[in-house]
Write a new protein. Structure first.
Length: 167
């Protein structure tokens, strides 16, 4: 599929998801999102330490962008991709540069993202911060970084007057 010219986006997205299912040990017909959920459920249920997200199958959205970028790269290597618009094939134009598109949906349900937190004490400016490493901003459930200066805080996050807070 990935070496055949003139495939459409939907075909490549579908082939990418099928390939990722196979890479993570799924059976033909398995759903990547269901595999991700099942894998998280199993890992959290048996974990003795923090479950790292990079050990889960990728999201369908991340897989889509990866597959699209892979396809256009193969087409360029085969001299079949010159007429293809890179921004339709997994890339975004940002500050006059092409950057890879990562996802067009959230990596997890909002309720789950609210419980992912760090315990940093030094501002969360490096990838040692679990929130930053996973592409998330620190939230009110984070540890000591909330007591001082946090470099990974969302700009719109102002919880000082949150009357409906359960925290």
């Amino acid at each position: 599929m990935f070496s055949t010219p003139k495939k459409n986006i939907a075909e490549i997205e579908d082939a990418g998801c099928k390939a990722m299912v196979a890479l993570f040990g799924g059976k033909p017909g398995d759903n990547l999102s269901a595999m991700r959920y099942s894998s998280l459920y199993q890992k959290v249920g048996s974990a003795k330490i923090f479950v790292t997200l990079e050990r889960l199958p990728p999201t369908a959205s991340a897989t889509k962008y990866h597959a699209l970028r892979s396809y256009i790269q193969v087409m360029l290597w085969m001299d079949n991709g010159e007429a293809m618009d890179t921004t339709e094939w997994g890339w975004k134009l940002q500050n006059n540069s092409l950057v890879p598109g990562m996802m067009d949906t959230s990596p997890a349900p909002e309720t789950l993202l609210k419980i992912i937190h760090c315990n940093c004490s030094r501002g969360c400016s490096t990838l040692r911060c679990t929130c930053k490493r996973h592409g998330l901003t620190c939230s009110r459930v984070c540890g000591p970084c909330q007591e001082g200066h946090c470099d990974n805080m969302s700009e719109e996050a102002d919880w000082s007057d949150d009357e409906n807070s359960d925290y």
